[in-house]
Design a protein around this ligand. Sequence first.
Ligand code: GRF
Length: 206
Amino acid sequence: MTLQLGIFLSGTGSNFRAIRAATLDGRLDARIRLVISNKSEAPGLTFAAEHGIPTLFESKELRASADHAAILLDILHRHEVDFIALCGYMLLVPSRIVQTYTGRILNIHPALLPAFGGKGMYGHHVHEAVIRSGTKFSGATVHLVDEEYDRGPIVMQDIVPIDDGDTPESLAAKVLRVEHRIYPNALQMFASGRIGVNGLRTFLQP
Ligand code: GRF
């Protein structure tokens, strides 16, 4: 089943671009229908517009509106979005959208959840905390989204070793390479319809 993807992002959008590349070279059976960003200047939003992908800027006024969730849902439906990938989206997705798309929203986090997640754990904060903790491995996690940060069922993870000389920046770069590999793969598991969910566990159906 071809996923009709909606992407939410706030920044660079390198995961979005990795997902798009996978749709173009046949690794991922998906079509990107819409990119939404709460930052008008997000490079990911600009990239989408430059490549003919419909975009929506989610302004502060829109977020403050009582109809915020309804407006976003309407736009998602009008673009026939049936699956959402959060790609560095820095805000909580409104709960009405999470409820409408339950089991059909993924996020990627630059550490091995359930450790090093939750409020405040984003960007360099994550990698600083990971290095400070003394752990020898970090990695990336793709998980289903529920109404709290970084808490839903884990779909895919991969690890990177932490070397003695690693800084938050060098670790972030290593983790990002893993992110770009696993996010399209995790989405393809949904496109192939083989994912089952049992509580916090996901599993591959035969
Ligand atoms: C990634 O590190 C991702 O794990 C986190 O936000 C960052 C987004 O990076 N959720 P990019 O915009 O995809 O380059």
